[in-house]
Design a protein around this ligand. Sequence first.
Ligand SMILES: [Zn+2]
Length: 331
Amino acid sequence: MSPIRLVAVLALLLLAILGWFAYRLTSAPDLAAYVDRQMPPAPASPGRVSATFLGVTTVLFDDGETAILTDGFFSRPGPLKLLTKVEPAREVIAAHLHHAGITKLAAVIVSHSNYDHVMDAPEIARVTGATLIGSESTANVGRGWGLPENQIYVPKPGEVMRFGQFQVRLLPSAHVPGGRWAIGEIKSPLHPPAAVSDYRDGGTYALVIGHGGRTMVMNASAGFMPGALKDVRADVVFLGIGTLGRESSDYQENYWREVVAAIQARRVIPVHWDNFTIPLDRPMVPLPRQFDDLDVTMAFLTRHGARDNVDIRLPVVWQPFDPFIGLAPRD
Ligand SMILES: [Zn+2]
């Protein structure tokens, strides 16, 4: 082959590789395919708990008297920022709290301390008067933001905490293997701006949330601790599915068994499927195919839901819904 032809072939090859990467980083499943699988909206009604999905695993639970938030992440820095340093964007947080109608929170409960879960939680606690709850690593994120000690609480595993009519327990869970990019403890107060890798997970919890005799579980990362949920019975699970679409089918089976089947859930509400480098006031898009595949996960969940009689419903961002709607109380 002549040198010119060789160069041309190599250039074409390079272009093809770059094109493939660009496709994988930008292409994502189409949410329109799941319009009929969305949770229907429900206005708040007294005494009933409503849930509002606010991206990743940030979910507001409100019964009209008391409101609590799981995790806390609104800033959603773009891809280039992730390569340098990140920090909470106060104006974005204030605007999104306003949009969600949040003025006062009893608690902000953090599942683990990766940046897409914990980063904005201390600022949210500060402006809503909430107590920041989570691991010692989460507490150190709070301290680094200047949150006072009397607004930080690290519960013992399984300890029941009460906020109005809500009862909340933290049980051990685990991080999804494919997303383990910042593992370990945050051992001293974390002062942002910080690298995303500084937001170490600090251990991962499943949140068990009781209200009015009914129970929900928030399992924010698609991981599990075998047997940890065996004594929990919950009608609804907010199921973290981030990168689950890229795990092996054995892993997916185990995840279903250890979380959804273990608690005898009757409804799965998948969370952590949105591309969290896109601001929340732009249309929500699933994670790009380079990192995950919502279509694969939804096919898996739909198949198992049909087999085990479990309702699979995607939450719609900003739109309050009744997580228990259509589920008759257990005997
Ligand atoms: Zn995450």
